[in-house]
Design a protein around this ligand. Sequence first.
Ligand code: SAH
Length: 342
Amino acid sequence: MKDIKSLTLNELKEELALLGEKPFRAGQIYKWLHVRFVSSFDEMSDLSKSLREKLAGEYYITDLKKLEVQISQDDGTRKYLFELSDGNTVESVLMRYHHGNSVCVSSQVGCRMGCTFCASTIGGCIRSLEPSEILDQIYKITSDISERISNVVVMGMGEPMDNFDNVVQFLTMISDENGLNISQRNLTVSTCGLVPEIRRFADLHLSVTLAISLHAGTDEKRQRLMPIARRYSIDELMDACKYFFKETGRRLTFEYALIAGVNDTPQDADEIAGLAKRVSAHVNLIPVNPVTETGYRPTSGKETNAFKKALEDRGVTATVRREMGRDIDGACGQLRKRRLDG
Ligand code: SAH
């Protein structure tokens, strides 16, 4: 059986041609899947019964199961735990902002990058998600709240550049005018810094924002926090960032989790400012979410603001990310983890 929800409209047209069907049928089916979010071929009422049966014999429709929703009393943030058809689970988060609804999606079950402060990586990577499984996180949340999603960040569980083709297919389909038609400018992909993949991504010339999880300004310090830093130096990473900016014209973002006593000194700020200026990046600061296993503590609010000011004094724009849903399982991967731990 084949995964029909992972096919672009053009791919669907080709598949239907092989079944001896007219191309316009693809448009009908695509709309049922990607606008009306049906979960069975029987619901596709403008198709003949024989075509519906033929499709059901060849394809399955990815349909994530909502296992759990936690709703923040503070700010309306919702954390979802979804079950995939093989029993694995992934998390997604809905954040409500003045400018619209933003969803953070997972791209893998677990992660193999091994960042020391991250809960998603405990237990390694079980498997990558199919395009349909990334799309369906957004479809299920859209149905749940009956509101449009305007922004998507690929910042949940997993390393998107370690699932390159499926993530690119997802970005193409979520921004397709025949589907949810979310502008590419409102899509962000976050990576821990896989240099060859960043260059490959730049070559696609998508209008997507790229966020780099930096978290340290020297190789030595970064290597202690992130194993990927042993494979690619900060210089190599910055060259890839420059290349991305040159090819796409899109300004990059540096993600920086502030960890008390680890990467939050004035000297750290100085180093980060230098790197941000080198590639004209914007810096997003977030006090680290404590994960029980790590022992890391977040930098205080006062020191976080001082770090931000130190960047601004050097001509770098920075924002402190509002911590959403503090009252529900904080860090990425913790909802799933709590459930696995039982
Ligand atoms: N693998 C990708 C995307 C997923 S993580 C990446 O590394 O970018 C999304 C962001 O959350 C990354 O910037 C990541 O470094 C950060 N993050 C992970 N654990 C965190 C924690 N405990 N506190 C704050 N940020 C964290």
